[in-house]
Design a protein around this ligand. Structure first.
Ligand code: NAD
Ligand code: ZN
Ligand code: ZN
Length: 344
């Protein structure tokens, strides 16, 4: 094993999910694992809070219990097994959250975000240990992606989801400069999605209920920004409607305003079930597209988009990780825009 010259501690702190208490519980005595020959130990530098964490904590998005949460992870290689050859000590990396196994039917096609093994054993910070701690043991080192020069580590962490998820969703829509699309919600994901859609050349209309987030949408180049869609916009106006909230109310806006043969993409996880109007959607041949996170290759591409300056993840604040519970409350009260990033 190769390791950093600085001493790696034996114990660390971290926040574990407790389903009964419905909260993140701070543990001061979590073990720092020792990597085996094919493993990598990552010293985490940054981790960011995602709205999905709230769904896990409060909305019965069930993914088990007793694991360290946090799924937007960046850090540097602290110790590395001798069989791992594509990384070295000190290398700056992000974790591809779905942590694909590399050998199931989905991983073989490149869809490692839909890994069959991870569906059973969990994704980083969602069902198995993730980033709300100081060190993370990774036993599928192919899922550590090098961070290119020019991408700061605090920016790298939200790229792994707040940029990756909308990128994966929008890639599937084959946007072009003639595309006219609707976004609902301009938070962590929506604000990156907007910049990605503009990079593809699309015309973007944003519907957002919060004043400050509407200001952000305008500043990031949205073509039209509304609190609610005005009457003068005809129904069936948009090629695609991307819902970064996905409660019935927002999904209904998307169903109504998508054009014939267009696509509704419920990226948000705001409701466990949504009703669609079958007769309407069938007659107009509308597609509803499920989308989950992004592939490890998408993540490489997202790092490149940010390096080139085409997308700037919106970072609201950078705080010590122990302040996480405070920001969970702030996010729950919709008190800030973009991502809160933490240093473990
Ligand atoms: P966020 O809290 O940062 O942003 C949500 C935004 O939506 C806020 O600006 C809020 O004001 C706005 N909003 C809420 N209700 C609204 C309404 N009724 N009308 C208009 N605007 C409204 O959240 P985020 O971290 O960007 O995540 C967005 C959603 O995406 C969450 O549901 C999250 O769980 C989900 N998500 C899904 C995936 C996936 O793979 N499908 C991955 C990551 C996150
Ligand atoms: Zn997330
Ligand atoms: Zn797999």
């Amino acid at each position: 094993i190769r390791a950093m010259s600085t001493v790696i501690p034996k114990v660390q702190y971290g926040f574990k999910l407790d389903n009964k208490l419905k909260k993140l519980v701070l543990h001061e005595d979590l073990p720092v694992p020792t990597p085996g020959p094919t493993d990598v130990l990552v010293k985490l530098t940054h981790v960011s809070l995602c709205h999905s964490d709230l769904h896990v904590l409060y909305d019965n998005l069930e993914i088990g219990d007793d694991f360290v949460m946090g799924h937007e992870i960046s850090g540097e290689v602290a110790a590395i097994g001798d069989k791992v050859t594509h990384l070295d000590v000190g290398q700056k990396v992000v974790a591809s959250g779905p942590d694909g196994c590399g050998s199931c039917a989905h991983c073989r096609t490149g869809a490692d975000n839909d890994c069959i093994d991870s569906l059973v054993h969990g994704w980083f910070g969602l069902g198995k240990d993730g980033g709300y701690q100081q060190y993370l043991l990774v036993n599928r080192p192919q899922n550590l992606i090098k961070v290119p020069e020019g991408v700061p580590m605090e920016v790298a962490s939200p790229i792994t989801d707040a940029v990756l998820t909308p990128y994966h969703a929008l890639k599937a829509l084959n946007l072009n400069p003639a595309s006219n699309i609707l976004f609902v919600g301009c938070g962590g994901l929506g604000s990156s999605g907007l910049q990605i859609a503009k990079a593809f050349g699309a015309t973007v209309t944003v519907v957002e209920k919060k004043d400050k987030a509407r200001e952000l949408a305008k500043a990031l180049g949205a073509d039209f920004v509304y609190e609610t869609l005005p009457e003068l916009i005809p129904v069936q106006s948009f090629d695609h409607c991307v819902d970064f909230v996905s409660v019935q109310k927002t999904f209904d806006i998307c169903q109504k305003y998508v054009r014939s043969k267009g696509t509704v993409v419920p990226v948000g996880l705001g409701a466990a079930e949504l009703k669609f109007n079958l007769s309407d959607l069938a007659l107009r041949e509308v597609r509803i597209l499920g989308t989950f996170w992004g592939t490890s290759q998408d993540l490489v591409e997202c790092l490149e988009l940010v390096r080139k300056g085409l997308v700037k993840p919106q970072i609201y604040t950078i705080q010590p990780l122990k302040k996480l519970p405070e920001f969970v409350e702030k996010l729950r009260n919709n008190e800030y825009e973009g991502r809160a990033v933490f240093t473990p």
